[in-house]
Design a protein around this ligand. Structure first.
Ligand code: HEC
Length: 137
């Protein structure tokens, strides 16, 4: 029974690669989104987005997982909510919340020399959202 499983897995992998290969731009966005996530978000939300990254240990509030955003939103990825939350455009329940407002502080770990202007930020946040959408469970 192991051979058929292996074949199925290989076919799935081939299909996935085929899909990504067909839309190179989208793939590039997801890859840069993954890099941005690793630098700006993973320390709190976990390297895989499952919450409780290392930096969360000293926080009063545990950062929620980000792989269940779709699950908590009736099966629809809440792209606009996440965009606004990350940029700090939403009113916060807790004004002392630990999460940085990236619209104000910028992507400091991606651009340690302060390079990101508003347009870059917009493109990078779009890539980040593309990536987050791919990790939903
Ligand atoms: C310093 C730790 C920290 C960093 C860095 C951080 N977050 Fe958060 N995040 C939190 C905490 C804590 C919360 C819980 C709500 C709050 O405190 O505002 C949260 C909440 C969220 C939420 C709301 C989730 C929900 O289900 O309501 C989203 C979306 C989110 N973060 C995305 C991100 C993204 C994307 C990044 C990287 C660009 C990031 N966060 C970086 C700590 C962090």
């Amino acid at each position: 029974m192991q051979a058929p499983l292996g074949i199925v897995a290989t076919l799935c992998a081939a299909l996935l690669l085929g899909c990504n290969g067909g839309i190179p731009d989208a793939r590039a966005d997801v890859e840069s989104g993954r890099a941005i996530y690793a630098k700006e978000c993973a320390q709190c939300h976990g390297i895989n987005g499952d919450g409780a990254g290392a930096a969360s240990l000293g926080l009063g509030v545990v950062p929620p997982d980000l792989v269940g955003l779709t699950g908590r939103n009736d099966g629809v990825f809440p792209r606009e909510f996440v965009r606004r939350f990350v940029l700090g455009l939403l009113e916060k329940e807790d004004p002392d919340a630990a999460m940085p407002e990236f619209g104000t502080v910028g992507l400091q770990h991606v651009y340690p020399d302060g390079g990101a202007g508003a347009e870059v930020l917009h493109t990078d946040i779009a890539a980040l959202l593309d990536y987050l959408e791919t990790i939903q469970q």
